[in-house]
Design a protein around this ligand. Structure first.
Ligand code: NBG
Length: 790
């Protein structure tokens, strides 16, 4: 039975918010009306949460992140408010299919990959737990580019998530801050005053984020850039219409695109401006809220916890000091202490190229006061730690990692291994000076999105078996273990996976005309394309396997579908070559009559959150094959394990902890450890040695070099083959042989239905620890000193 109020609310919105009656409403109208119906209920929870936070005077958490990879929000709301069945009923009453309506919503792709998706999972978990929190970010007009393939090559097109009406946000024209750049600094009687040369306005847009069962809702506040004087009337009156609109265009550039290309000086400048724009607006907002409620700024650390999601908002330290010293009259040391009490920093990568360092010229030009403050922070830190050798102001640059570390009271890694490596590599000196500062908070994923809503079949089976307590207490999945010994139950588990595979196959056929056999092993690698993630290791193994199948077509092969998804950064040519190689190999291998029914490759374009939600429930095998020591954590690995796909992987990032929990027998381990990787790199000609020792690898590389996959253009992949045969920094060749061995082990187990199902089900039953609820509770206890208000 439909609760009249939800049905009525949808119809009311259709009529009064969109001016349509059911007979004339189009798909988008229905989606919007449904969304507003859901949003109304979220708002109720939101008001209650806000009021309770004020009334209790509780500490608030502020998450500062340049990225939120949100995906769609309608299903999230419906699932968390338990309105799915009612929505389905109402829509079908008017002849609309629930899934079609949901799929009409554009993905909010305000992020690149794991870091942004983690921020989105955290927002949901913070609300589920009832921790008072605000996420701050940028409302990019264009999120991550839309990817398509032409002749196998990646083509990037702008993404238009705001091209349609957006249901979830509230514009807050009254919440605006002026953010300055450039200009100069006056010093009078030792007192500094910054006079920016240029200013833009940041305007707030709020999206309420609701937690499980609508018990709590927090705010995601995204800033949009606007001109202070949007229109140059004088220019207009002189007929110069382009110049008249220029101020607005310039200001809007700041929130126009996610991650502008940083290969040009202009691109880098814009990026730094974005980082300051986000951070400065957030801090002003935080201080305004704090001052209204509590007043005394010395109490800031008691009531405010600010988490820096990577170094991108690292300017928060100097900016907070600037406000306290220049505007509020604090002395420097006290200001620094207050800032450190509030701030904490999450490191997400050890890759040197991803550790931000800004040239001091650019930095000093854009933020002339801040560079002086950073020098003072550095000098203060050096003075207190005389043995220190590394400065945050070395090599004519500003090192944001060091700055973040020094300004934070806690610094966390995102998996156990990553945290240990932080201590011994990038932050070894700082760790020696501050041995209690680095803590570990292994990443997690929200089970509401990554199991309950993306995999209703499995979620249903779990709830039928152990009740619904697992949804916000994921460790209850361990109660499934006894069921796994029951052959009947295991068959049901297998049937769910098969249904998901059939669904994905049909969808792939309908959407891309790709044929996929649901009986094949769905071998899935989905993530950003990067050399360290080694999609090229996977495709080399695929090519070698193809060769072996051709030589021995009558052997008992396990049919495989190699599924790929992921985007390459537009300027990362090597990664784009990897994409093209996979697609080229697909066109040759998929058309080979000899290996028909045995091996197939499918690279699904435009990988995003929604595509992940389709692929993960249908995956049999999870590829987590990064060079050990390089993947900070991974979160796709957790989603896949949770959905019953055992991992083939290296001892890297959170794979280590996944293997510990699911058990070594239920994980296909291969490859060198992080220590062995270091040793191996020191071996002269390691790639050549590995190739000489492995005929299959030699054959696969030879085929690529011969132009087998690029007929008429044999040089197309010289960049890849020469890299692999030469420096091979990511040790693809050295790990190949063991990867091949592990893959053949997969073949054997997969042919034994029962053994495979058991392994898959144990992965689900033992992945409960990887909930982002657990991660957030860890941050609350060890970093923020924050409490749940539920
Ligand atoms: C990424 C890591 C992943 C990790 C996510 C979330 C960056 C800079 N880092 O391994 O590569 O899972 O962060 O922590 O995007």
């Amino acid at each position: 039975m439909t609760t009249p109020s939800f049905r009525e609310s949808i119809l009311r919105h259709l009529t009064y918010s969109f001016g349509k009656d059911p007979d004339h409403a189009i798909l988008e109208d229905w989606r919007m009306a449904l969304s507003l119906g859901v949003r109304d209920r979220i708002v109720d929870a939101w008001f209650k949460s806000t009021k309770r936070t004020y009334d209790t005077g509780a500490k608030r958490v502020y998450y500062l992140s340049m990225e939120y990879l949100i995906g769609r929000l309608l299903e999230d709301g419906l699932v968390n408010l338990e309105l799915v069945d009612e929505a389905r009923e109402v829509l079908s009453e008017f002849g609309y299919d629930y899934d079609t309506v949901l799929a009409d919503e554009p993905d909010a792709a305000l992020g690149n990959g794991g870091l942004g998706r983690l921020a989105a999972c955290f927002m949901e978990s913070l609300s589920t737990i009832g921790c008072p929190a605000h996420g701050y970010g940028i409302r990019y007009e264009h999120g991550l580019f839309r990817q398509s393939f032409v002749d196998g090559r990646q083509i990037e097109q702008p993404e238009l998530w705001l091209g349609q009406r957006h249901a979830w946000e509230f514009e807050r024209p009254e919440v605006r801050y002026r953010i300055g750049f450039g200009g100069h600094v006056d010093v009078r009687d030792g007192h500094h005053r910054w006079h920016p040369g240029e200013e833009v306005e940041a305007e707030a847009f709020d999206t309420p984020t609701v937690g499980w069962k609508g018990r709590w809702a927090n705010t995601l506040r995204l800033w949009s850039g606007r001109a202070i004087h949007p229109f140059d009337l004088d220019a207009f009156n002189h007929g110069d219409f382009a110049r008249a609109a220029a101020p607005e265009a310039l200001a809007r550039t700041i929130s126009r695109v996610l991650y502008p290309d940083d290969t040009t000086e202009q691109g880098r400048e814009l990026r730094l401006k974005q980082e300051y724009f986000l951070t400065a607006s957030a801090l002003r907002d935080i201080l305004r809220r704090f001052s209204n409620q509590f007043g005394d700024l010395r109490k800031l650390p008691e009531k405010v916890a600010i988490q820096l999601n990577d170094t991108h908002p690292a300017i928060a330290g100097p900016e907070l000091i600037r406000i306290l010293v220049d505007e509020k009259g604090f002395d420097f040391d006290e200001a620094m202490e207050i800032a450190q009490g509030c701030l904490s920093y999450t490191n997400h990568t050890l890759l040197p190229e991803a550790l931000e360092a800004w040239g001091e010229q650019l930095f000093g030009r854009l933020l002339p006061r801040h560079i002086g403050i950073i020098d003072r922070i550095d000098a203060t830190h050096a003075g207190r730690n005389p043995s220190r050798t590394q400065s945050m102001r070395a090599d004519h640059s500003v090192k944001m990692g060091q700055l973040s570390f020094v300004m934070a009271h806690k610094v966390n890694g995102v998996s156990a291994l990553h945290t240990d490596l932080m201590k011994t590599t990038v932050f070894s000196e700082l760790h020696g000076l501050h041995p209690d500062r680095i803590v570990n908070q292994t990443n997690g994923v929200t089970p509401r999105r990554w199991l309950l809503s993306c995999n209703p079949g499995l979620a249903g089976l779990i709830t039928d078996s152990i009740g619904e307590g697992w949804v916000d207490d994921l460790e209850q999945l361990s109660k499934l273990e006894p069921f796994i010994d029951d052959a009947g139950w295991l068959e049901k588990f297998d049937a769910v996976k098969r249904d998901n595979k059939v669904w994905l196959s049909n969808w792939m056929q309908g959407t891309y005309g790709m044929l996929a056999d649901p009986d094949a092993l769905f071998d899935v690698q989905i993530k950003r394309i990067h050399e360290y993630k080694r999609q090229h290791l996977n495709i080399l193994e695929t090519i070698a396997l193809w060769q072996e199948m051709r030589e021995n077509p009558n052997a008992d092969w396990t049919p495989r579908l190699k599924l790929f998804g992921g985007k390459a950064a537009p300027g990362y040519f090597f990664a784009k070559d990897i994409i093209r190689l996979i697609n080229d190999a697909a066109s040759v291998i998929n058309n080979d009559p000899v290996t028909q029914g045995m091996l197939k490759i499918a690279f699904l374009p435009n990988y995003n959150v929604s595509l992940a939600e389709r692929m993960i429930p249908a995956a049999d095998l999870s590829e987590q094959v990064s060079t050990a020591g390089k993947e900070a954590s991974g979160t796709g690995n957790m989603k896949l394990a949770l959905n019953g796909a055992p991992t083939i992987g290296t001892l890297d990032g959170a794979n280590v902890e996944i293997r510990e929990r699911v058990g070594a027998d239920n994980f296909f381990l291969f490859g060198m450890t992080a220590d062995e990787v270091m040793e191996r790199r020191a071996v002269d000609g390691h790639a050549g040695l590995a190739i000489a020792a492995d005929e299959r690898l030699k054959g696969a590389l030879g085929l690529i070099r011969s132009g087998r996959f690029s007929p008429g253009d044999p040089d197309r992949y010289r960049g890849i083959t020469e890299n692999l045969e030469g420096p091979d920094y990511f040790l693809v060749c050295s790990d190949f042989t063991d990867y091949w061995r592990a893959q053949r082990e997969v073949d054997v187990v997969f042919r034994d239905d029962k053994a495979w199902d058991r392994m898959a089900a144990l992965n689900t039953a033992r992945s409960g620890w990887f909930s982002s609820d657990r991660t957030i509770r860890g941050y609350m206890a060890d970093i923020w000193d924050a409490e749940s208000l539920l």
